[in-house]
Design a protein around this ligand. Sequence first.
Ligand SMILES: C[S@@+](CC[C@H](N)C(=O)[O-])C[C@H]1O[C@@H](n2cnc3c(N)ncnc32)[C@H](O)[C@@H]1O
Length: 384
Amino acid sequence: MLAERLAAAGWLPADWAGSFAAVDRGAFVPARAWVDDEYGSPHPIDRDADPTRWRAAVYADVPIVTQLDDGATVWPATGGHATSSASQPRVVLEMLTALDVHPGHRVLEVGTGTGYNAALLAHRLGDDQVVTVEVDPTLAELARARLAAAGYKPMVICGDGAVGWPAGTPYHRVVSTAAVVAGHVPYPWVEQTRPGGLILTPWGTPFRNGGLLRLTVHDDGAATGRIVGDAAFMRLRQHRAAAPFGHAARLGDLLDASTTAEESTTTVRPLEVATGHAAFAIGVAIEGVQSGVFPDAEPGHVEVLLYDVRSESGAAARITPTADAAGRWPVRQHGPRRLWDEVETAYTWWALLGRPERTRYGVTVTPTRQQVWLDHPSNIVPTP
Ligand SMILES: C[S@@+](CC[C@H](N)C(=O)[O-])C[C@H]1O[C@@H](n2cnc3c(N)ncnc32)[C@H](O)[C@@H]1O
């Protein structure tokens, strides 16, 4: 039914239809997991206690969270941060399509998670052609067992996927299902991919986790390519520090309590800086700022919060119905950095460039540096 629904919506590419129909997502999702409710909060699902609800979630086009806080938060608790999931099927298919695999290709997957994506790759290409690396030993072991039970035997390695898996080289394709932070595409992925091969990875900034980067590896050891889509994934473990979890509430409270916060107004729509193509471009241009959109204490009001953990700076722009009508929104800024001013400057720069969409941006990776460019590798975008 999921395949039918995705096909009807035009999201099931013909070359993946056979594998998608053959590999049962339900064989890879644990009996106890979490799915977001209509308010975006994780809700426990249990195959034994409520099989109807579990099946409805597993065979829907939604991500299923399978681990919180690296396993420290135990089901059915719901607080904490998602650290592993079975990705949304539509996104899985979008990434597999962008990966452009063909029979005979060898693929390295980083981030085994449930093993579902590895099973799709193994079905399409053959067990011997697929290596998948998972950093979490419990998840790696569970994925290995689920893959074997479903009849697939790709090589499952427990280790740090950022160093690739040199013993399996060279690969025609490297696909990461964990996000890389801008400036930190692991160079071993380039070294381990054949010239002409592709690397596909979610790529984002602390400001905006989203952007699917596809690099082509060249003979000279460099890799270049564009952002080809939008994909918000959990980050590679070692890249989490760039955008640490759990500081929004703390820095938001600090800002609310501040008696020295600077008050001003802005004519830039707060939601526009925090979402979409603008947020992608702003994230590329500024250093270490995280953003979030939160309901404000006052009902019906929303707040765009900007925060920088290192300097303990925060800024909030409130979206109120009356301010909206007047075309100005109130802003409060606290701490050594004036984050709203920085973000507004970056936004203005992006607007002056003609508001380029994220797919006009590209990245070059060499052994010694990583650069972001607009439209052409020679048109380098200044980054922090
Ligand atoms: C979105 S999940 C992967 C989904 C998976 N491909 C599937 O089909 O279920 C991301 C996974 O990346 C793993 N991960 C994070 N950092 C990693 C690293 N450095 N090396 C390998 N795996 C990593 C996480 O533990 C998590 O299981």
